[in-house]
Ligand binder design. Structure first.
Ligand SMILES: [Fe+2]
Ligand SMILES: [Fe+2]
Length: 137
């Protein structure tokens, strides 16, 4: 599947400190896969990445649930899909070379995840802004 690869930049920031820092943290973790490493360190980082994705998705979903975000169910399905892809990678990682793992992580974070921020997370940010404008009336 062809997905545009997007590295971290301010373009991905929403001005929501918790969300922005969690998003950035995932790009920072992904960046550590490039270059040399040893199998054990790469596997540990992969586990950290999976854990931190879970932390972020949970925080985002709790925030949106508290706001009664109308598209939360669809958003949760996408998070679950991504978690499935990551867990599949974690499962198969022992049969992969470090370069193959790095490529997969790059696709998942710079590809899928950055596209999710730019196309899906962005929708709740617009919705939150429209809500706060309405509340000012
Ligand atoms: Fe999300
Ligand atoms: Fe997010």
């Amino acid at each position: 599947m062809d997905v545009a690869l997007v590295e971290w930049s301010q373009k991905l920031e929403f001005g929501l400190p918790m969300i922005d820092s969690q998003h950035k943290q995932l790009f920072d973790l992904a960046a550590t896969f490039a270059g040399n490493g040893d199998q054990i360190r790469v596997m540990k980082t992969l586990v950290m990445l999976c854990d931190y994705v879970k932390v972020h998705f949970r925080a985002e979903e709790e925030m949106l649930a508290a706001l009664n975000y109308p598209d939360l169910d669809a958003h949760k399905l996408l998070h679950a899909e991504f978690r499935g892809m990551l867990l599949k990678l974690l499962d198969s990682a022992r049969q992969l070379t470090l370069d193959e793992i790095a490529n997969e992580v790059q696709y998942l974070i710079y590809g899928w995840f950055s596209n999710h921020i730019l196309q899906v997370d962005v929708a709740y940010v617009s919705w939150m802004r429209s809500q706060s404008l309405q509340n000012q009336d």
